[in-house]
Design a protein around this ligand. Structure first.
Ligand code: UDP
Length: 233
């Protein structure tokens, strides 16, 4: 097996890391870390964006100042990212955490050239704090970092195994797309990724592969070009 895509940005939502038992389920974190190490060994350079939704989302802060609530959300991504960095290092991998909001005692600040250099050296870079700005999401950060890192593909690992015409959890007859155009995701209002992020990917010609994180070896299979999930292009 060989990686079809040489540089990928993997987005893992915070919720995908949680289970009924734990807010951060280390069985899941370790499974993700193991696959990430495997794809680097297959020749892919990997950047990772982790969400924070398992801990906090800005829009949950009803009655709160929105910007403060978003700052809490960005800090939540740091907690998840530290867990993933630790799991990667336990496997002997070289991982570097960079934050879009400086916290030098904990991580490197985000510096594009430095991140590129890490990737060239085969290190795994985790980007935390999203874009560093309120009113955005970690999906937007994924599109932004993918463009900055000149990625070939975005891997959108989700709780659902692709993009459907309606919510498969609510509608048992929902139909899954094998592929779909960026503009159709936007015009049909599909819940794959937020509109700002899809637009950014479209403008920079970065395809997005949405797939289920819980499917066996899904990250590895996606990077090797196996037809899983839904490709947005
Ligand atoms: N957030 C933000 N700016 C960013 C990225 C994230 O303000 O660039 C905040 C926002 O409040 C968001 C929270 O961090 O609700 C957690 O991120 P997100 O909801 O994207 O996580 P996910 O749903 O992927 O777990």
């Amino acid at each position: 097996m060989e990686a079809k895509y040489k540089r990928v940005i993997l987005k893992i939502s915070g919720e995908a890391l949680s289970s009924d038992k734990e807010n951060i389920d280390f069985d899941i974190v370790n499974t993700v870390a193991k696959q990430v190490v495997e794809i680097t060994e297959l020749g892919a350079s990997v950047g990772i964006i982790v969400g924070g939704g398992n801990i906090w989302r800005g829009r949950r802060g009803k009655g709160m100042d929105r910007i403060t609530a978003d700052h809490m959300g960005m800090l939540a991504t740091v907690i998840n990212s530290l867990a993933l960095q630790d799991a990667l290092e336990n496997l002997g991998a070289q991982a570097r955490l960079q934050t879009a909001i400086e916290m030098r005692q904990i991580a490197e600040p985000y510096i594009r050239r430095r991140a590129m250099r890490h990737l060239e050296k085969g290190r795994i870079v985790i980007f935390a704090c999203g874009t560093g700005n309120p009113f955005f999401t970690t999906d937007t950060a994924t599109a932004l970092r993918a463009a900055e890192m000149e990625a070939d593909l975005i891997l959108l690992a989700k709780n659902v195994d692709g993009v459907y015409d309606s919510d498969p959890k609510l509608n048992p007859t929902a139909i899954k797309f094998e592929e779909i155009a960026y503009l159709d995701v936007i015009s049909k209002g599909l819940q794959a990724m937020d509109t700002t992020s899809v637009t950014l990917c479209m403008e920079n010609n970065i395809p997005i592969l949405a797939f289920g994180l819980s499917e066996k070896d899904s990250i590895k299979r996606a990077v090797c070009g196996e037809k899983i999930g839904t490709i947005i292009h």
